[in-house]
Design a binder for this molecule. Structure first.
Ligand code: AKG
Ligand code: FE2
Length: 309
């Protein structure tokens, strides 16, 4: 790989008009190991873009073999082709609200605790796929902890990270009768990592109130900050506002990981100072999800409204 491709690309030089506005960080390099010089510059960049934008595109390059991408998206297509009664067997549990199969008029959604229960996706592919995204989550989270000088808490924090695989199918608007997919919201978890097929739809709200369309590619993942990360960082990083709008005449599939924090989060005293006085009471991630469900059609429940001091 030529040397210039080893650098973090920001903004992505080859990007299209819409994509040019999305910060793209290069996670494809093999030497991106804790302590290396590429790690240290990536670490700064990750936190800078998360603070400035609340999201970024992670380019994984050859770390996502096209075959793995195709197996996953092919498997997801087959999974959604099962009869509704079968899909309904993927159930939600009381502790982790919104998990299981939850179809709406606009889309079908499955949130699965354990990726191996997706019978139709080859088990091995699903495992290596989830491992790949989980590694990206670990890298990004470790970089965040190191950047704010609280790496001593990284290990114990990760013990309580729970990752759910999300699978989404949006029918083409001509069939469903609507171009509206998931409405405007922020994610309630710590970090979301999404990967999608070639059909556009994900729109990210910028701090200037513009909407940018994510232009997908098989090797690019989008990393979004959720409400739990906003609380953890005491507002240094704000959760990313996004929605899905369908404009293409094809079925859209989106996959990814929602990383939740399964323990009460307290803002670390190291992250409270004059510039960032304590902003949040202790936070329970799954209670926040439940509160959003109860809030329902009133819109997006913010962490400020849920547990702001
Ligand atoms: O379909 C997508 O890519 C995004 C879905 C989403 O934002 C969500 O499920 O929270
Ligand atoms: Fe979302």
């Amino acid at each position: 790989m030529p040397h210039d491709q080893h650098k973090l690309r920001y903004p992505f030089a080859m990007a299209t008009q819409t994509h040019a506005k999305l910060p793209v960080l290069d996670f494809s390099i093999e030497e991106l190991k804790p302590g290396s010089s590429s790690w240290l510059s990536a670490r700064n960049e990750v936190c800078r873009v998360l603070e400035d934008y609340g999201y970024f595109v992670a380019e994984l390059g050859n770390k996502v073999p096209l075959e793995l991408h195709n197996t996953m998206f092919g498997g997801v297509r087959e999974l959604f082709n099962f009869p509704t009664e079968t899909k309904m067997k993927v159930t939600s549990d009381q502790i982790k609200p919104c998990h299981g199969y939850t179809p709406t008029a606009q889309y079908e959604r499955m949130l699965i605790d354990n990726a191996t229960s997706t019978e139709k996706i080859q088990k091995e592919s699903a495992n290596s796929y989830v491992r790949l995204i989980a590694e990206l989550d670990q890298m990004v989270t470790r970089m965040i902890f190191e950047n704010y000088g609280v790496e001593k808490y990284y290990g114990s924090h990760m013990e309580f990270a729970t990752r759910s695989l999300v699978l989404l199918k949006y029918a083409e608007p001509q069939k469903s009768g609507t171009s509206k997919g998931v409405g405007i919201h922020t994610d309630k978890n710590f970090i979301t990592i999404l990967h999608q097929n070639h059909v556009k739809g994900l729109e990210i709200k910028t701090k200037d109130d513009d909407w940018i369309v994510f232009d997908p590619s098989p090797s690019s993942f989008i990393v979004l900050a959720g409400g739990a990360l906003q609380v953890w960082s005491n507002d240094r990083i704000e959760s990313c506002v996004h929605r899905v709008t369908l404009t293409e005449s094809e079925t859209r599939y989106s996959l990814g990981l929602f990383v939740f924090h399964d323990e009460i989060l307290h803002v670390l005293e190291e992250l409270v100072d004059e510039k960032y006085p304590l902003k949040y009471k202790p936070f329970n991630n799954f209670e926040f999800v439940k509160a959003q469900v109860q809030y329902g059609a009133r819109g997006d429940l913010t962490v400020k409204a849920f547990c702001g001091v």
